[in-house]
Design a protein around this ligand. Structure first.
Ligand code: ASP
Length: 303
């Protein structure tokens, strides 16, 4: 893909879209609706004040990580061993700068903040496990009591998992934004899949799979069966479809078809194109989404 260095400088109309994970339980839709609404407003405040897309997506994802109803930060699912290990990634599309953490031990409440520091370090793209934790400590990211990240909901799900290994996932979070200067950023954060093996890394930590941004084209955050998303490199492919079709909803739909047919998995994604037009699609019953732009008096929460 071409770099946005070729893009003519222009003032853009900012926009942001967030998701709260494919595979969400429809009976909890009102709670998720509230959560994504608050998160998109957190990101929107940054953009409306003239802030950058990277700050906006980090702000929105932090809000969702702090919300115990979502599977990211506080509220993350538990591994087979009953621990929390989180994955997160963030990318800005002007210079294709990115940062990610994987299998980060569950004593960091905001994994996306560590991913952002990795991006800013410009030394590496992806840090894992204890190396990621050591890095987080070295840059002053605060640690929390591990018990404070474990919610009753996830404790129960973990207990159910021992009886029914197909307990549904869901609740991964993500955000994509375009700022006034035309920069697009994307971020994704998750506790992963319930009952995963310790050390498992999903798409949310992998640039090109769960997260991608190229300011000349658009940005994307994916959710769903991580192994399937990785197999088809879904984030990057979705932007390729966006380039070909110039229609964010159509690109999102075709990308989800790819995930289902070639990846043999279920999931969804959100997109923003370089003009700030949002798109989203999912193969699951519910993927909470919220959208905000100057054309809207308040967030559009289309589910
Ligand atoms: N994609 C995430 C993972 O596989 C899970 C999800 O989006 O629900 O870790």
């Amino acid at each position: 893909m071409s770099s946005s260095a070729e893009r003519a400088p222009a003032i853009r109309v900012p926009a942001i879209v967030v998701h709260g994970g494919a595979g969400a339980d429809p009976s909890q839709a009102p709670e998720f609706r509230q959560g994504v609404r608050a998160a998109v407003l957190a990101g929107w405040r940054v953009l409306a004040a003239g802030g950058g897309a990277l700050d906006a997506v980090e702000g929105a994802v932090r809000a969702l990580e702090d919300d115990p109803r979502f599977n990211a930060g506080r509220g993350s699912v538990l591994t087979r061993d009953g621990t929390i290990e989180t994955d997160a990634s963030i990318m800005e599309g002007d210079r294709l700068q990115c940062g990610a953490v994987a299998a980060l031990p569950g004593i960091v409440a905001n994994p996306v903040a560590v991913a952002r520091k990795v991006l800013e370090s410009r030394q590496h793209v992806l840090l894992v496990a204890h190396g990621a934790l050591a890095f987080a400590r070295s840059v002053g990211i605060p640690e929390c009591d591990p018990a404070s990240l474990v919610t009753d909901r996830q404790r129960k799900r973990h207990a159910e998992l021992a009886r029914t290994p197909t307990s549904p996932g869901g609740g991964t979070v993500g955000a994509v934004a375009l700022d006034r200067s035309g920069t697009i950023a994307a971020a994704t954060s998750t506790g992963g899949t319930p009952g995963k093996l310790p050390g498992r890394v999903g798409d949310s930590a992998l640039i090109g799979c769960g997260t991608y941004a190229d300011s000349s084209l658009g940005g994307v955050s994916c959710t769903g069966d991580g192994e399937a998303i990785i197999r088809v490199v879904l984030g990057h492919r979705a932007l390729r479809y966006l380039k070909d079709a110039d229609d964010p909803d159509y690109a999102a739909k075709v990308a989800v078809d790819l995930l289902v047919e070639e990846g043999v998995g279920q999931g969804g994604l959100i997109l923003i194109d370089w003009r700030g037009r949002p798109g989203y699609a999912t193969s699951t019953r519910l993927m909470p989404v919220a959208i905000m732009s100057p054309a809207l008096d308040e967030p559009r929460v289309p589910f």
